[in-house]
Ligand binder design. Structure first.
Ligand SMILES: C[S@@+](CC[C@H](N)C(=O)[O-])C[C@H]1O[C@@H](n2cnc3c(N)ncnc32)[C@H](O)[C@@H]1O
Length: 318
């Protein structure tokens, strides 16, 4: 049965096969028991990293991984045989030592029979400046498929080629364009902005609260990052699940692209914001950064892009 994905559906609080958008405010492990097996084309999430953020309690790494592996085992049961799972993580940090979480998660997925298709690097330019190590500027997305028969819609996510005018210079196609008119493969190095509101500091100080997607959630990911996964790894009317959905970025990416979505988060405030964002989306009021919009590069004329006067004066004195 097809749905009208343009007019606002009601947002259900519990899963039913007829719903279109579901937000379950509950502990993930418990909520997963109510979902049907082999139903989801795509599971995409950024789980808590065990850093002691406002929405989590820091635990020993082994305990955290044990909890996560129980959840992952259930998620694999929920995936369709042709389904994909995207796990977006950064580092667990303890006493200044970093533990790259994808390294710890990989064997958990592998043991459950999943196959790694890409380890995507999500690079961003902003973040904390470290003093005793290099500042962290990327996280990873592990994309696994449940079988060898998986969905990959490359044409849906192609990006403009740098040199579309390139021609074959030899062989039977000599003189013909060598690229694809739909653009090139976006590669496994992604540059969506983690917090685009920070890029505003190039021009407008304190623009944070003006960022189109920013809510009060401390670790929200950009809708366009999930959109690329949704478009490439699922089809229209498929079901997408985010088991740690926060303020609903994955759900928005799914419904925007005519998929149905289930999100789980135990925090009532985040769920309420997710609901409001979805309602705003259907009302045409949700501001989103368009998929593929180029990242702002300072022209050099902005005040913050110039070398401070004080530094120049210091240099002159030497
Ligand atoms: C990294 S954040 C995800 C943010 C999300 N990607 C977004 O764009 O808003 C992890 C989320 O997991 C939720 N969470 C942590 N432990 C949970 C649990 N046991 N059950 C359900 N949700 C949980 C937190 O409330 C938090 O919103």
């Amino acid at each position: 049965m097809g749905f009208d994905f343009v007019s606002a559906p009601s947002i259900a609080g519990q899963f039913s096969k007829n719903s279109q958008v579901v937000i379950i405010q509950e502990d993930t492990q418990k909520a997963l028991q109510s979902l049907p097996r082999e139903h989801f084309a795509l599971i995409v999430t950024s789980p808590p990293y065990n850093l002691g953020k406002e929405y989590e309690q820091k635990a020993a790494l082994a305990d955290y991984l044990k909890w996560q592996s129980e959840i992952i085992a259930r998620l694999v049961e929920l995936l369709k045989p042709s389904g994909s799972l995207c796990w977006e993580v950064g580092n667990f940090v303890d006493d200044g030592e970093i533990f790259p979480l994808d390294v710890y998660f990989y064997p958990i997925f592998k043991q459950l029979g999943l196959k790694l298709r890409n380890r995507v690097i999500w690079h961003f330019d902003h973040g904390l400046h470290a003093a005793k190590r290099f500042s962290g500027r990327y996280e990873t997305v592990l994309w696994f498929s449940k079988s060898d028969d998986y969905v990959f819609n490359l044409d849906a996510v192609r990006v403009p080629a740098k040199y579309p005018g390139k021609l074959h210079y030899k062989g039977p196609k000599i003189g013909q364009p060598s690229g694809n008119p739909l653009g090139k493969n976006p590669s496994d190095f992604w540059e969506f902005l983690q917090q685009e509101w920070e890029s505003g500091i190039w021009e407008i100080p304190n623009v944070k609260s003006n960022h189109p997607e920013k809510t009060l959630h401390p670790c929200q990911f950009p809708v366009e990052l999930v959109e690329r996964c949704v478009l490439a790894m699922s089809n229209d009317d498929d079901w997408v699940l985010d088991p740690f959905c926060g303020v609903g970025s994955s759900l928005i990416a799914a419904i925007k692209n005519r998929r149905r979505a289930v999100g789980i988060d135990r925090d009532a405030e985040y769920c309420a914001i997710a609901k409001k964002r979805i309602q705003d989306f259907y009302a045409g009021d949700l501001k989103l950064r368009p998929l593929g919009k180029p990242i702002h590069k300072p022209s050099g004329r902005e005040k913050v892009a110039q070398i401070p006067m004080q530094w120049l004066e210091e240099e002159e004195k030497q």
